[in-house]
Every structure is written in structure tokens, then in C-alpha cells.
Design a protein around this ligand. Structure first.
Ligand code: SF4
Ligand code: FES
Length: 180
């Protein structure tokens, strides 16, 4: 059995079994990482990207030894791009930032894409109040749109199904995966 991994998430260090997903390690550290397409009982998918975070690992020198900072702690080499927490497994010494400007900016960008063709119909939508997409939009969505073009779904064609396309796409992908 492999040794447990020590992971530091937003400054909180937890010890979790090797192979644990970053989302689950964050739960152990009581740090919230939003998820949309993933489900605890299904294999990782990484489709929606709302769970993006910054991830870093201890830096190693040419001799493969961990490089220490001036204060004696390992220097952390941060990956150049954000990663999906729901598909990334932990490694010993890993550091995760969920609320850094890069992570927050990336998450807001994901919300913008999820909502780009989504009607602003929450007050009259059947799913209003029980909608994961609505919750995520409240938490991470912008209060304006940069899109100048009209939405590709005309208002007349908006059924309950088209209203909830992003929300039901996530649900549908879970159903399809659980049926495999
Ligand atoms: S499906 Fe869309 S319109 Fe309906 S409650 Fe959710 S976010 Fe609002
Ligand atoms: S929750 Fe969808 S990519 Fe992670």
C-alpha cells in the first residue's frame, strides 16, 4: 500500500491516501471547490472545468532533491496553467490554490462560457431555486455579459429543456456514464 500524501490546500495541510482526487482532498481540508460535471460515484470526466485550481509541486534540482526556500520549506513550482481538481490526483507535497486571482479568473471564464447562450430566465424557470447552474452563477458568474451578439437560442424556442441546457448537459453526462 502506498504511503499517504500530505497536501496543502489554501494553506491547510491534510494527509490523504495516494490516489485521492484534489476535490476530495479539498473536502478533507474543508476547502470548497465547486463541481458541476463530476460525481463521487462516477469516474472523473473533466468536462465542465468549473473546478479549476492552481497546483504546485515541490521543486527538484538536477540531483532530483527537493529545493528548499530561504525559510527551509520546499520551494513550490506552480504549473503554468490551472488544472481540473476533479481529475487530478494528489501527490506528496502538493500545494493547491483555489482562490488565487488566476483560479478565480479562470473559473469566471468557465462560467461565462457556460452561460453564453443561456437565457436569464431563472425567475420563471422550473428549475429555479434547485439549480446547480444557478448556484454556480450566483457564486462565480459576472453580473454583465461581454457578448455583443444575440444568443443562439431564440426566445421563442426556449423550452424548459433548452433553458436548462447547461444544467441538463451535466446531468445527462452523469446518467450516460453511470449507465456504462
Ligand atoms: S436552468 Fe438556467 S434559467 Fe433555469 S434556474 Fe438554472 S440557471 Fe436559471
Ligand atoms: S467538475 Fe467538471 S471538470 Fe471538474
Amino acid at each position: 500500500m502506498s504511503a499517504p500524501c500530505r497536501v496543502t490546500i489554501n494553506g491547510r495541510t491534510v494527509e490523504v491516501p495516494a490516489g485521492t482526487l484534489v476535490t476530495d482532498a479539498a473536502r478533507a481540508a474543508e476547502v470548497h471547490i465547486p463541481i458541476f460535471c463530476s460525481h463521487a460515484k462516477l469516474p472523473p470526466l473533466g468536462a465542465c472545468r468549473i473546478c479549476v485550481v492552481e497546483i504546485g509541486l515541490p521543486k527538484r534540482g538536477p540531483d532530483r532533491q527537493v529545493v528548499l526556500a530561504a525559510d527551509g520549506t520546499p520551494e513550490i513550482a506552480w504549473m503554468p496553467k490551472v488544472q481540473t481538481a476533479c481529475t487530478t490526483t494528489v501527490a506528496d507535497g502538493m500545494h493547491v490554490r483555489t482562490e488565487s486571482p488566476e483560479a478565480v479568473k479562470a473559473r469566471k471564464g468557465v462560467m461565462e462560457f457556460l452561460l453564453v447562450n443561456h437565457p436569464l430566465d431563472c425567475p420563471v424557470c422550473d428549475e429555479g431555486g434547485e439549480c446547480q447552474l444557478q448556484d454556480l452563477a450566483f457564486a462565480f458568474g459576472a453580473d454583465f455579459s461581454r457578448m455583443a451578439d444575440a444568443a443562439s437560442v431564440p426566445k421563442s424556442a426556449r423550452s424548459t429543456a433548452s433553458r436548462s441546457n447547461a444544467s441538463s448537459a451535466a446531468t445527462a453526462s452523469r446518467c450516460a456514464r453511470s449507465a456504462r
